[in-house]
Design a protein around this ligand. Sequence first.
Ligand SMILES: [Ca+2]
Ligand SMILES: [Ca+2]
Length: 155
Amino acid sequence: MTCTVTATDKGDHSVTTQLSITVNEINDNPPVLDKGSYSYFVSQCSSVGSQVGQVTATDTDIKTEHKDVTFALSSNAGFLVGNDGSIRVIQDLCDVPVGTKYDLTLTVSNADGTKDTAPVTIVITGKGPEIHASTDRIAHVNLSLPILYLLSLTN
Ligand SMILES: [Ca+2]
Ligand SMILES: [Ca+2]
């Protein structure tokens, strides 16, 4: 920033000079997560790479190196958080018992170590709803046509 300073004395003499001000920003604001805690339910049949959730953080500093953030989870067993804040499944959950609870800690930090943390709870749920048509609900509409039984639907 540059500004012009003019000093005038009582004899109407004046002097003008340019004053240049450089603001050295300091990293005095930690990144702040958008929530105090996070909880998610994840189906056993979620495929590897599925997104579990999305977190964001804000840092009110100005310089890029003061507001660039890194996300981390306390454990990478099963889940990973990317630098875009997306939490994803990183291992096959098929054999994880329904009701299993992962208690993790999410950390967002600046390069100098200023940070914010929040608990993340992820609970494994059963497989998604499966449709099993029972044969006694199928009406025999036309016996001259082949009868198709719907055994299961998966998407
Ligand atoms: Ca900062
Ligand atoms: Ca600052």
